[in-house]
Design a binder for this molecule. Structure first.
Ligand SMILES: [Zn+2]
Ligand SMILES: [Zn+2]
Length: 452
């Protein structure tokens, strides 16, 4: 058995690895890197020979896991491609959106390699994706010998961890995982068994969650902050990813209304979020969903959907705007819309997800109320941040201790630490070396091959 790390850089992004089990070659995930552009954002696909991969398995449709799939499929035309049906639906929509984003980056930043694939290509390739449900075993590869199974990962709707097995040897890849219930996504249910090789995400390895943290209390703090702003007729901008976080947030707002913490005021969402919410609603009866049966687009009171052809909602005081992107990246709705919010102390920007420090959202968080920020690299002047700025922890990633507990429970021979910054991987390396003195714990370098 052999593992090859295909991420081009050592941090989070362009997630992908190649597993060789016997004669069978399987690629797990094919993501792009959010901080790099053009071909540099792709995994090290050039390390895999043309048309030698038997299967490509995708854990979930965040672009750092699926964004490079069309490029990989082009080089591996005979690979079977599998994912859950939720990932298939949202993944297709997110890849089409990614084509639009690449086209606008080509125009605005002059990146000639963009787009890396076209709408037509996404449509053509998507027809060859097959879907498998959680708990369903299937075989891939040489003489169909490697057994595969998806396990609910808790991170976003439809996200899975992947178990591979050949002749009694087991590989398990967590993908992105969370072991606690969120507002609509239930906690991960991973295999409880001996795993020979565990490939584990380490996103939150350098973060200590306060011991008294509860999601319920955090939700209440969010609600009280919103209520204060609305009471003085201010508006709230909540930058959110269209897929996953938008739906989690809307259900939280629904709960906060029912608990009388916030009043019912119009809540605006953007165009891509509407499509993503439609897909989430379609899978409302999933056994891994809380508020089962609730149709957000129809049952959420006073939801304002962006009319077709409009780039952003109109501004009104006393409302809630849940707009993408989550990091307020340039040329996105949340970035543009911030001009209504930033310069008045009446309003607030509330962050409910991760915002990298290099993005406009991350810079607002760092500068805080009273600080200055440049929202647009083309504009000369900085804006003074007059509005309130708050951050809340509703991460879709497991706290490090719970992931380490899971790893310890599998008694693995090999552990690959992926999907994390260096400091995060270092914490896992120390922690797991202490707890599992007989395991081989590896931080694979980009491109590195490791015999198992
Ligand atoms: Zn993810
Ligand atoms: Zn990820």
């Amino acid at each position: 058995m052999r593992f090859q790390h295909l991420a081009r850089y050592s941090d989070i992004g362009s997630n992908s690895c190649l597993i060789e089990m016997g004669e069978t070659r399987i690629v797990l995930d094919a993501g792009t890197h959010p901080k790099h552009v053009g071909r540099d954002s792709l995994p090290l696909f050039e390390k895999i020979e043309y048309d030698t991969v038997d299967a490509i398995l995708v854990t979930h449709p965040h672009l750092d896991h699926i964004g490079a799939l069309p490029c990989l499929m082009e080089k591996q035309p005979h690979a079977a491609v599998a994912m859950t049906k939720e990932t298939r639906e949202s993944g297709e929509a997110l890849l089409h959106n990614s084509v639009n984003v690449m086209k606008s980056k080509k125009r605005e930043l002059g990146i000639s390699e963009y787009p890396l694939y076209s709408h037509k290509k996404v449509d053509n390739l998507e027809r060859f994706w097959f879907s498998r449900g959680v708990g369903e075993t299937f075989s891939v590869g040489h003489d169909d010998r490697v057994e595969c199974e998806f396990y609910h990962a808790g991170h976003v709707q439809g996200a899975v961890g992947i178990r591979l097995e050949l002749e009694g040897k087991t590989v398990f890849y967590t993908g992105d995982a969370h072991f606690e219930d969120q507002t609509i996504t239930t906690a991960a249910q991973f295999p409880q068994q001996k795993i020979n090789t565990l490939i584990i995400e380490t996103t939150r390895g350098d973060y200590t969650r306060p011991p008294d943290y509860t999601r319920e209390a955090e939700k209440r703090r969010l609600g009280e902050t919103i209520a204060n702003v609305l009471e003085r007729n201010g508006s709230v901008l909540i930058p959110v990813f269209a897929f996953g976080k938008t739906q989690e947030l809307l259900m939280m707002l629904h709960e906060l209304r029912a608990e009388d913490v916030i009043p019912v005021v119009p809540v605006h969402i953007g165009g891509l979020s509407t499509r993503m919410t439609q897909i989430a609603d379609f899978f409302r009866e999933s056994p891994h969903r809380l508020h089962r049966g609730f149709r957000i687009l129809e049952d959420f009171e006073d939801l304002e959907i962006l009319p077709r052809g409009h780039r952003e909602p109109d501004f009104h005081p006393g409302r809630i705007y849940a707009l993408s992107s989550g990091m307020m990246s340039e040329h996105t709705v949340s970035n543009r819309f911030s001009r209504h919010i930033l310069e008045s102390s009446q309003h607030a920007i509330l962050f409910v997800g991760y915002a990298d420090e290099s993005t406009p959202g991350g810079k607002i968080l760092e500068a805080g109320q009273g600080g200055r920020v440049r929202m647009d690299s083309e504009r000369e002047h900085e804006t003074q941040i007059q509005c309130e700025v708050h951050k809340f922890d509703f991460s879709g990633h497991s706290p490090r201790e719970q992931l380490a507990d899971y790893a310890a429970s599998c008694d693995p021979d090999n552990i690959m630490l992926v999907h994390g910054d260096l400091a995060a991987k270092s914490w896992f390396h120390r922690e797991l070396s202490d707890r599992l003195p007989h395991s081989r714990i590896i931080v694979p370098k980009p491109g590195q091959k490791i015999d198992l």
